[in-house]
Write a protein that binds this ligand. Structure first.
Ligand code: FUC
Length: 761
């Protein structure tokens, strides 16, 4: 099912439907007497860039390190809080662009046949109803090729549309001018607060078919039209010298096209991305398609199976990424682009100790690499600030970032919150996304362009790592995001030497730089230096509960059910822990997950989404599926947005990515087919999964057994396939059985398309 639909208007944000083109987003309420669309532009943020580095940080660093090494945690934390935390403490926050109100002259509350929907297959949202014998139809989309949001209103009878339309922000308080450009065109202009605040413009053009249009004060009035098309544009000083002109030019250019042209261009552009992947599960549950999405979700919450809704969730996740992250947009933030609050939860910015990274987990595997590009641009912008942070706080070369970044690519610590703030790992983790993109796409030109950034992220640690008492190289000071440990004397601490996640991220970063430099045939000496340092990093260690240790010491956690499961980074998204290569660590990872879960873990949407991915990596389809269903039951809002609570988009992206993780693994230099197939998905197929190594895979299964496989290889390659079934390769209508070597099918392939069938073993 590729449609979300409802039989009544949204009563609140959590029921409204999102549209977006990466930059310009809307949440559509769909009331009958009036329509409300909450508008966002990805670059409307409060305030300008600042240097927030605490001037005392660098001279305090050595003392904080000494105190930590002496076990004087409280003192170290006090010092860090006073002298390392940024000033001011917080980065900038995201704000709404405004609201569009369309009032109907027909105020009748008697209407029938109401349907509000979002068609994920073509990115069109619509509202239909019948009032006084007239069928009304509204359609909304946000076009990437034309950079406008288009709202089209029609009626089944002539001259039935009489409307009062206005743009607003904060009840007329939070903008400066309503430029009345012409009888059918206005531009709302304002500036966000704070030093260096952003100038923004939001424009509206009203095009009528029959009837009249006139401007009255802040409103544009339409009388007796057959059809009305609204074109909305936005522009800010973040991208344009003159946002007002930019807004006008975009609208005027769009108004030269007919509605049908705009719609066709939008649908074509969207489908080019969306149609690359498709999922089908079990038989079509068509009878359930006659139930509104919220009712289906309620049914599922009561324990009913609904694999059709799971497919919708999968499609919605890809829709959200295409709608919130497109070339030249900012990366998808904590709420994608959809936020109604002037001071949103966690500033609706980019939290980079898990959340932003999770947003991009579905990007490569579902062939949405273009949607990954805004993240790469942002990391590039972080480099300049990150070098300053490395130098000003730690006297180190390279670039670094802490657990958040904002529109200005700020890299200094965020908040004065000891479990999270002093954690110089943000740039390192983000830089691994370049390597992932390369692994999936095998594009050496891309790698050549971004290798210098990966290298700079690694150089920071060449300088920053310190030898501990055991002779290992560790980060200090740092934290295991955002947990607290208990010392043997009962005292609590957060700052520590060498939290496990840090060593795991550095291991992955150094390994990716080593591999990248080999692929590019450069930097042999640096490669050697990194390999030498990597050998001295602490390895994942098993603690007293049989778990993977979260810190260098085997401390207990203050919250054993903590939502962050940072010390399993090596299991997912990293690949240092695998069932095949490190079976005892994989066993310890299971214990770690069970321990978290037994103590109330997975209590936020994103945390549960991460857990699904981890169970999938542990090849446990039963647990992965259980938590997928739990996520739908406990942290999914009626419009299928993930609920932290409140709404936070990472859970959508993390859980969408987890579906692929259950069906295909490619993180061990092999293709593992259906590694964690849930029993409930007895029959199904997935088409267009991208795999590391440069492959596109289609899989079909029946009775939980693989029945068909096709692989497109981007280049000459060694294909290694793991499956318990007998594979036969199809060539010219013939099938020839393949033989396994070391438990894997291995064959040399050229660039091209390969088809296989199976027989059950
Ligand atoms: C981290 C998480 C919170 C939340 C916030 C945006 O601090 O620990 O749960 O997701 O980011």
């Amino acid at each position: 099912m590729s449609t979300l639909w409802f039989d009544k208007p949204a009563e609140n944000w959590n029921e409204a439907l999102p549209v977006g083109n990466g930059q310009l987003g809307g949440m559509i309420v769909g009331s009958v007497q009036s329509e409300t669309i909450h508008l966002n532009d990805d670059s409307v943020w409060y305030g300008g860039p600042r240097d927030r580095h605490n001037p005392e940080a660098k001279k305090t660093l050595q003392r904080v390190r000494e105190l930590l090494s002496e076990g004087l945690i409280e003192k170290a934390e006090r010092l860090a809080e006073e002298r390392m935390v940024s000033t001011p403490e917080s980065q900038r926050h995201y704000e709404p662009l405004g609201t569009l109100f369309i009032e109907n002259s027909d105020r009748s509350t008697h209407y029938s046949d109401y349907k509000r929907k979002l068609d994920l297959s073509n990115s069109l949202s619509s509202v239909n109803y019948v009032s006084n014998g007239v069928t009304y139809h509204r359609e909304v989309f946000s076009s990437y090729p034309d950079q406008v949001m288009v709202v089209r209103l029609t009626a089944s009878e002539k001259r039935q549309l009489s409307l009062k339309i206005k743009l607003d922000r904060g009840n007329g308080r939070l903008y400066d001018h309503m430029h009345r450009v012409s009888h059918n065109q206005v531009v709302m202009q304002g500036k966000t607060g704070g030093e260096g605040g952003i100038d923004f413009c939001s424009g509206m053009t009203v095009l009528n078919e029959a009837g009249v249009v006139e401007r009255r004060g802040n409103h544009i009035i339409v009388k007796g039209a057959d059809a009305v098309t609204l074109l909305l544009s936005s522009a800010t000083s973040f991208r344009y010298e003159d946002p007002f002109q930019a807004c006008l030019i975009t609208m005027n250019r769009a108004s030269e096209k007919t509605f049908t042209e705009l719609k066709d261009r939008h649908v074509k552009d969207y489908k080019e991305l969306y149609d690359r992947t498709s999922l089908s599960l079990n038989e079509n549950s068509e009878t359930l398609d006659s139930l509104p999405t919220n009712k289906r979700l309620e049914r599922l919450k009561e324990g009913e199976e609904d694999t059709g809704l799971q497919v919708t969730y999968f499609n919605f996740g890809r829709y959200l990424l295409i709608s919130s992250s497109r070339p030249n947009s900012l990366p998808a933030n904590l709420q994608g682009i959809w936020n109604s609050d002037m001071l949103p939860p966690w500033d609706s910015k980019f939290t980079i100790n898990i959340n932003t990274q999770m947003n991009y987990w579905p990007a490569e595997v579902y062939q949405l690499s273009e949607c990954h590009l805004p993240l790469f641009d942002h990391i590039e912008r972080m480099k300049k600030n990150g070098r300053l942070t490395a130098e000003k706080m730690y006297g180190a070369r390279g670039f670094t970032a802490h657990h958040n970044t904002d529109i200005w690519a700020d890299t200094a610590p965020q908040d004065s919150y000891m479990p999270a703030s002093i954690w110089p790992m943000g740039a390192a983790w983000l830089s691994l996304h370049f390597w992932e993109h390369y692994l999936f796409n095998q594009d050496l030109t891309f790698l050549k362009k971004y290798y210098p950034t990966m290298k700079e992220a690694a150089i920071f640690f060449v300088d920053f790592l310190i030898e501990n008492k055991e002779g290992q190289l560790v980060t200090t000071p740092s934290v295991s995001p955002e947990n607290t440990y208990i010392l043997p004397n009962g005292n609590k601490g957060t700052l520590s030497e060498g939290p496990s996640m840090d060593s795991q991220i550095i291991n992955a970063l150094f390994t990716s730089c080593i591999e990248a430099s080999k692929s590019l045939e450069i930097d042999a000496a640096f490669r050697k230096e990194l390999a030498h340092l990597r050998d001295q990093l602490p390895k994942p260690t098993i603690g007293k509960h049989g778990q993977i240790q979260e810190w260098a010491e085997d401390y207990d956690e203050e919250e054993p059910g903590h939502r962050h499961i940072s010390h399993l980074f090596a299991l997912h998204p990293g690949s240092q822990i695998t069932i095949n290569k490190t079976p005892s660590l994989a066993e310890a990872a299971k214990i770690t997950l069970n321990r978290r879960l037994a103590n109330g873990g997975a209590h936020t949407g994103w945390s549960r989404a991460w857990i699904i991915n981890m169970w999938a990596r542990l090849e446990d389809g039963k647990e992965a599926y259980h938590h997928f269903v739990e996520l739908l039951k406990h942290s999914t809002l009626p419009n299928l947005f993930d609920n932290h609570p409140p709404f936070q988009i990472d859970g959508n992206f993390g859980a969408t990515a987890a579906i692929a993780e259950m069906l295909l693994h490619s993180h061990q230099d092999e293709l593992h087919l259906l590694p964690a197939l849930p029993k409930a998905w007895k029959k199904g197929s997935i088409k267009g999964l991208k795999a590391r190594g440069g492959f596109i895979i289609d899989l079909t299964w029946e009775n939980s057994q693989l029945t068909a496989l096709s692989i497109q290889s981007f280049k000459s390659n060694t294909l290694k396939i793991r499956t318990s079934q007998q594979l036969e390769m199809k060539t010219n209508e013939q099938s020839s059985p393949l033989a396994k070597k070391n438990g894997l099918y291995q064959l040399e392939v050229d660039k091209g398309f390969y088809q296989f069938t199976t027989s059950i073993q």
